[in-house]
Design a protein around this ligand. Structure first.
Ligand code: SAM
Length: 378
C-alpha cells in the first residue's frame, strides 16, 4: 500500500475521532468538514513549512497510472497506430502536420542530434509507452527504457521491447560506460519537489545527481538529450498559485529555473552543445491531438467502462489527489502552463515569453577536460 494512502486514512480516522468528540456523534458532513480542515492544514505544512508530508514519487506514478486508465485505450500501445507520445511533436514551422508526423519528426531530429547509428546503444529515461525506443530499435539501435509506471513497462514488454521499472534518479551500475546516448524526453520535471524555501537548491541537487549518472553511463563521445520544462515566468497571482498547486498535486514535481539547470549541467561534468526552445510545438500537440495527455481529451466512458469504474473506486479510497486530477483535467491546466488555454492557432512569441514554463531541448556531452569533470557538489 502506498505511503500517501496510509496518510489519507490516518487523516480520515483523526477526522472521525475529532468529529465524534466535538459533535457527540458521527455526522458525515461534520466529519467531512473536519477532514477538509485537516487536509488544508497538511497542505500548509507541505508548502508553507516545507515538510514533505506527502510522497511526490507516488503522486507522479499515480498521474501516469490515471492516464493509462482514462486516455483512449492503448494510447500508443501494442498494435495501435501511433498517434503521438506523451510529450511534444516537432513541427518545424509546418503546423499542418498530423500529430503522428510531428512525432516522427521529433524522433528523426533527436536521432540525428545524438548521432545515433545502427549497432549503437541508447538508454531512454522516462520512456512512457516506448514509442521512441521502438523507433530506435527499428533503426537498429539497441534501446532500453526506464519508467516507474508498471502499466507502461507492461505495455512496452507487450510490444517486444525492453523496459525496466526503475527510478532513473538512482544510480544503475549495470549501464556504466555502455551507452552511446541517454535521453530524457519529458520526465525530468517530475524528479524533484516544490515544498519549502529550498525547492530550487533541491532541484539543483537532483538534476546534478541524475545527469551525473547519465554521464557515467556514456561511452566516450556519447551524447545526452534532455527535453525539459523550465520555469519561465511566475508571479504570485491567485490564478498562478491555484493552477501550479493543481499541477503539482496531479503530476508531483517541480520546474527548475534555467540558471539552476545550467549549474546542474556544469556540476554534472557536462557541457551544452545547444539549447532549443520548442514551447510552441508542445502547446500545439495538445491542441490537435485530443488523445494527448495535455489535450482536452474526452474520457470515453463506453471504452473499458468497468476498468474505469474500478480505478475510480480505487482512486477515491487510496489516492488523496484524485479530485485534483479531475479538476486539473477539466480546467485545461496543462495547456495553460505551456502558453495558453485552448486556441486554434499556435501560440505567439509573446505568449511563449509570458508562459509559466518553456520547453527546452538541451543537447549535452561529457566535458573533455579532466579537471572540469572532477567538480564535486556534495
Ligand atoms: C511526460 S512522460 C514522457 C514519456 C515519454 N518520454 C514520451 O515522450 O512519451 C514522463 C515519463 O517519465 C516517467 N518518469 C518520471 N519520473 C521518473 C523517474 N524518476 N524514473 C523513471 N521514470 C520516470 C513516467 O513514468 C513517464 O513515463
Amino acid at each position: 500500500m502506498q505511503q500517501n494512502t496510509w496518510t489519507l486514512w490516518t487523516v480520515f480516522a483523526l477526522s472521525l475521532a475529532i468529529s465524534r468528540i466535538h459533535a457527540g456523534a458521527v455526522y458525515p458532513l461534520h466529519v467531512y468538514g473536519v477532514f477538509l480542515v485537516l487536509f488544508l492544514l497538511m497542505e500548509f505544512i507541505y508548502f508553507g513549512i516545507g515538510i514533505p508530508v506527502w510522497d511526490q514519487t507516488e503522486m507522479t506514478i499515480n498521474a501516469y497510472s490515471w492516464y493509462s486508465h482514462f486516455l483512449a485505450s492503448h494510447y500508443g500501445g501494442k498494435g495501435e497506430k501511433t498517434y503521438a507520445d506523451f510529450s511534444e511533436g516537432l513541427f518545424f514551422g509546418d503546423y499542418t502536420l498530423s500529430p503522428g508526423e510531428a512525432m516522427v519528426n521529433k524522433y528523426e531530429h533527436v536521432f540525428k542530434e545524438l548521432k545515433l547509428a545502427p549497432g549503437m546503444t541508447l538508454l531512454d529515461c522516462g520512456c512512457g509507452n516506448g514509442q521512441w525506443i521502438d523507433f530506435c530499435k527499428k533503426k537498429g539501435v539497441d534501446a532500453i527504457g526506464l519508467t516507474f509506471s508498471q502499466e507502461q513497462v507492461d505495455e512496452i514488454k507487450a510490444k517486444g521491447l525492453v523496459a525496466h521499472n526503475k527510478d532513473f534518479r538512482h544510480f544503475h551500475e549495470e549501464f556504466v560506460g555502455k551507452m552511446d546516448a541517454v535521453t530524457f524526453l519529458g520526465p525530468t520535471e517530475h524528479t524533484t519537489e516544490a515544498h519549502g524555501i529550498d525547492a530550487e537548491s533541491r532541484a539543483f541537487q537532483t538534476y546534478t545527481g541524475f545527469l551525473r549518472n547519465a554521464r557515467m553511463y556514456l561511452k566516450p563521445k556519447g551524447r545526452i538529450l534532455m527535453a525539459t520544462l523550465v520555469l519561465n515566468n511566475f508571479s504570485r497571482t491567485p490564478e498562478n498559485m491555484w493552477r501550479t498547486y493543481l499541477l503539482h498535486r496531479h503530476f508531483g514535481g517541480y520546474y527548475a529555473q534555467r540558471e539552476t539547470l545550467d549549474s546542474a549541467i556544469k556540476y554534472a561534468g557536462l557541457s551544452q552543445l545547444s539549447v532549443t526552445d520548442f514551447t510552441r510545438d508542445y502547446h500545439w500537440i495538445g491542441q490537435i491531438e485530443p488523445r494527448h495527455p495535455g489535450g482536452k481529451h474526452r474520457i470515453d466512458t463506453s471504452e473499458n467502462a468497468m476498468d474505469k469504474l474500478m480505478y475510480t473506486v480505487w482512486g477515491i479510497l487510496c489516492d488523496p489527489f484524485v479530485l485534483h486530477r479531475w479538476v486539473y483535467w477539466y480546467t485545461d491546466t496543462w495547456a495553460w502552463h505551456v502558453g495558453a488555454l485552448a486556441q486554434t492557432s499556435p501560440i505567439s512569441d509573446e505568449q511563449i515569453k509570458k508562459s509559466l514554463s518553456n520547453l527546452n531541448y538541451y543537447l549535452l556531452e561529457a566535458k573533455v577536460k579532466e579537471e572540469e569533470v572532477k567538480i564535486n557538489v556534495e
